[in-house]
Design a binder for this molecule. Structure first.
Ligand SMILES: [Zn+2]
Length: 398
């Protein structure tokens, strides 16, 4: 059987009843490439957790951020353009707020004929940015922290494939149907031969399933694989995967071939969260142990920000929602957290001029990603414990 991979697409769910939009680098590419000759794109990151939505807090915050921008825009025409974009976002907030998610991300620009909204399951710091291009950085940072799961759901003669990412799932526009003759109840010699025939078909099918999966995995950068179905079938698919992909099987989950896509998504999400909690706990323990022994781990703003500056951070560990004001050097980019309540006037690294920044944590995360490091945002119960131990931490390269 020949399968043309070009014909297999990921069916983007778009607006399902939960309202998430599937995020992937391909979807975002036009946004990252967009650039206007002048400022005309309004980017909004809004906290839409229930506490914030209640009592209109989101809209009040948006208003507040907008008025700060308006104070800084001199040109009358530009102010009008800004206000038009703002109005669109406000309308959206009034009429479309009922959708779930932790953060609502909006990119709006009449000039660029752009209107995109993303309901992201992770928390991203609230902000409003007016520029000549969409402000993608926080979205890309959080995306980097999530892994792409390929999901294979197989029976003895059918298979469906899915891509799960950031709490959302999409199904591949392709399902495998391999003919396998039914089992007979007859006994004797004929039955034995027939049974072998059936098994050949089934094995051929499982080999096809594994083959398609590996090709999709390579094309679409799956990082982990979830095997779904009954125990026996799952074991067969696993058997036919190459060793490298066997090692990336995140788990086996019982499911029926007729399961609704939302059921599949919820099952994968439960598995993903278990895995994520485990990784969080393991990294937190590593950094605390390493810091205590004076090895390759540091805790607390001073040491962590210094390590960031020295480009030594392999994994930056940050409890979700952590923010802290401080300074950024305009010369070398060095970061200093405001922990002593004593303003600094020059950069401790190079003596350069420093400027006040609202949040050094956010800037530190970006620098770590820029230097090839990983950002681990703690979301599970270990988050609060870690805040007490060191607030912020880092595992170092050397
Ligand atoms: Zn400096």
């Amino acid at each position: 059987m020949t399968i043309n991979l070009d014909e297999i697409r990921v069916d983007l769910i778009g607006d399902d009843e939960r309202g998430f939009e599937f995020l992937d680098p391909e979807t975002l590419k036009p946004l990252t490439e967009l650039e206007l000759p002048t400022r005309g794109v309004l980017s909004a990151y809004l906290d839409i957790s229930p506490e914030e939505v209640a009592g209109n807090k989101v809209r009040l915050k948006l208003r507040d951020m907008a008025s700060q921008w308006l104070d800084s825009i001199e040109d009358r025409q530009e102010r009008r353009t800004f206000e038009q974009e703002l109005e669109k976002i406000e309308k959206y907030l009034i009429y479309e707020m009922s959708r779930p998610g932790r953060t609502l991300v909006i990119f709006s620009s009449e000039m660029a004929n752009l209107w995109r909204t993303f309901h992201v399951p992770a928390r991203i710091r609230t902000r409003l940015v007016w520029d000549d291009r969409p402000y993608m950085r926080p979205l890309l940072t959080v995306m980097d922290e999530y892994e792409r799961y390929g999901v294979i759901l197989a029976t003895r003669e059918e298979a469906r494939f899915f891509l799960f990412y950031m709490g959302e799932i999409a199904e591949y526009s392709f399902a495998l149907h391999d003919y396998v003759p039914g089992r007979h109840k007859q006994g004797g010699w004929a039955q034995a031969r027939f049974q072998r025939h059936i098994d050949d078909h089934a094995l051929h099918h499982f080999r096809n399933v594994a083959d398609v999966a590996v090709r999709l995995a390579e094309r679409d950068n799956w990082q982990r694989i979830v095997l779904m179905g009954t125990g026996e079938n799952v074991a067969r698919v696993r058997e036919y995967l190459p060793k490298a992909w066997q090692d990336r099987v995140a788990g086996e989950v019982p499911a029926s071939i007729t399961d609704n896509i939302n059921v599949i998504r919820d099952k994968v999400m439960t598995l993903e969260q278990e895995i994520e909690r485990k990784i969080e706990a393991e990294r937190v323990e590593r950094v605390i142990t390493a810091a205590e022994k004076g090895q390759n781990g540091v805790l607390g703003y001073a040491d962590v920000l210094q390590a960031v500056q020295q480009q030594r951070v392999d994994i930056l560990i940050v409890p979700e929602g952590l923010e802290h004001p401080g300074w950024e050097c305009t010369q070398c980019g060095g970061l200093v957290a405001d922990i002593l309540a004593k303003p600094i006037t020059e950069c401790p690294y190079c003596g350069g001029h420093v400027k006040v920044v609202e949040d050094v944590v956010d800037l530190a995360m970006q620098k770590v990603l820029d230097t090839g490091g990983i950002v681990e945002i703690l979301r599970g119960p270990i988050k609060d414990e870690f805040r007490q131990r060191g607030i912020i931490g880092a595992l170092l390269r050397y």
